[in-house]
Design a protein around this ligand. Structure first.
Ligand code: PLP
Length: 376
């Protein structure tokens, strides 16, 4: 795969090699169960404690506010259902139309159980405005969930303002930060949020590991029942290797955050200017404030899926929309929610650049797109 250009970093990322080495040592050598009292378990137990502390520091939390999970989907399910189970069914939940299906389908399950859910509409750039939340929230609202950054179009939401509105109405505020953690600065105390979901494989950790930040004092129902792990809220022997890998990968990303952001933004600018130079007619989705490197482009009159397959034949991986959605063939719910014309939406691709991409990759992506879209 040496010459393959991977430009689908919003779907998943290449593992951090230092984090992988540490992970390997916890699979091959320090494999003791952290709950056991003998010496083989001492190192894994200490490693889990240190990983919790490290992750907490990366997002401005306390270590006892970090709960390990199997990834973003579990964290989202737990955040919503774990709080809803403490809620009267005559109160309501508010989320947005552009959330990941981990949130939308969790809400759907709750609706089937008799809970009431209201959906916020984004503006044409994908922004959930404070005004939109103000128009739907009431004192009957118990829980608000709005993602920090959208996985399809990259829009970064005004989380601090949304959170203040939720708190004014005594509602809890959760954010799905799966695409944002490790890529932009996040301080949970400064933002004021109560719960935050994250997933390691989006920031160069391993798949199947994640965490949920739960602010101290929030009443939370356990999600997986069994042993006493994770303060008796999420049972099951800890995925020690995955947890240690996640903490190392996140710390490495945070240490290089400014540098990585500038580098990826530079690649993004170069790609767009090459496309313009080639005379390609595109619409950029997601507005002004988007995740560095996440570029949603619509080519009116073209078919995004056909572009994806042509790019794949040319050795380049991109996406049509959300990778988690590849089995759903309908126009993406996000593009629909921002009122993109169906014909334009069909011609949409997502290029998501990461720190491992190079200037040469950008030239290959631009050349390949020009070949597909101009010379076909
Ligand atoms: N939330 C968002 C915004 C995502 O982009 C994804 C995955 O693409 C998830 C949740 C699910 O995360 P995981 O793959 O770790 O289950």
């Amino acid at each position: 795969m040496k010459h393959y250009v991977y430009a689908d970093n919003a779907a998943t990322t290449e593992i951090d090699i230092g984090a992988f080495d540490i992970m390997k040592s916890f699979l091959l050598n320090n494999y003791g169960n952290p709950s056991q009292p003998y010496s083989l378990s001492r190192t894994p137990k200490k490693a889990v404690k240190e990983a919790r502390q490290c992750i907490a520091e990366c997002i401005g939390a306390n270590s006892d506010e970090i709960f390990f999970t199997s990834g973003g989907t579990e964290s989202d399910n737990w955040a919503i259902k774990g709080t809803a189970f403490f809620m009267d069914k005559n109160k309501n939940i508010i989320t947005s139309e552009i959330e990941h299906h981990a949130i939308l389908n969790s809400c759907l399950s709750l609706e089937k159980m008799g809970y009431s859910v209201l959906y916020l509409q984004p503006d044409k750039n994908g922004v959930i405005t404070p005004k939109e939340l103000e128009s739907k929230i009431t004192n009957q609202t118990k829980f608000v969930s709005v993602m920090l950054a959208n996985n399809e179009i990259g829009t970064i939401q005004p989380i601090k303002e949304l959170c203040e509105i939720a708190h004014k109405h005594n509602a809890l505020f959760h954010t799905d930060a799966v695409q944002a953690v490790g890529h932009i600065n996040i301080d949970v105390k400064d933002l004021g949020i109560d719960l935050l979901s994250s997933s390691a494989h989006k920031f160069n950790g391993a798949k199947g590991t994640g965490f949920l930040y739960i602010k101290n004092g929030i009443e939370m129902h356990s999600f997986i029942d069994g042993g006493l792990q994770e303060s008796n809220l999420r049972a099951g022997t800890e995925n020690v290797a995955g947890i240690v890998c996640m903490a190392t990968a996140l710390k490495n990303n945070i240490l290089q955050l400014d540098k990585n952001q500038k580098y990826v933004k530079k690649l993004e600018t170069k790609l767009l200017s090459l496309l313009e130079k080639d005379g390609l007619n595109y619409i950029r989705n997601g507005g002004e404030n988007t995740l560095p490197g996440l570029i949603s482009l619509s080519f009116p009159g073209f078919d995004g899926e056909a572009i994806l397959h042509c790019m794949d034949l040319m050795g380049i991986a991109i996406s049509t929309g959300s990778a988690c959605d590849s089995k759903r063939k309908k126009v993406s719910h996000v593009l629909k929610a921002i009122s993109l014309d169906e014909k334009v939406a069909k011609g949409t691709i997502r290029i998501s650049l990461g720190k491992n991409n190079t200037e040469e990759h950008i030239e290959r992506i631009a050349n390949s797109l020009a070949k597909i879209l101009i010379k076909q």
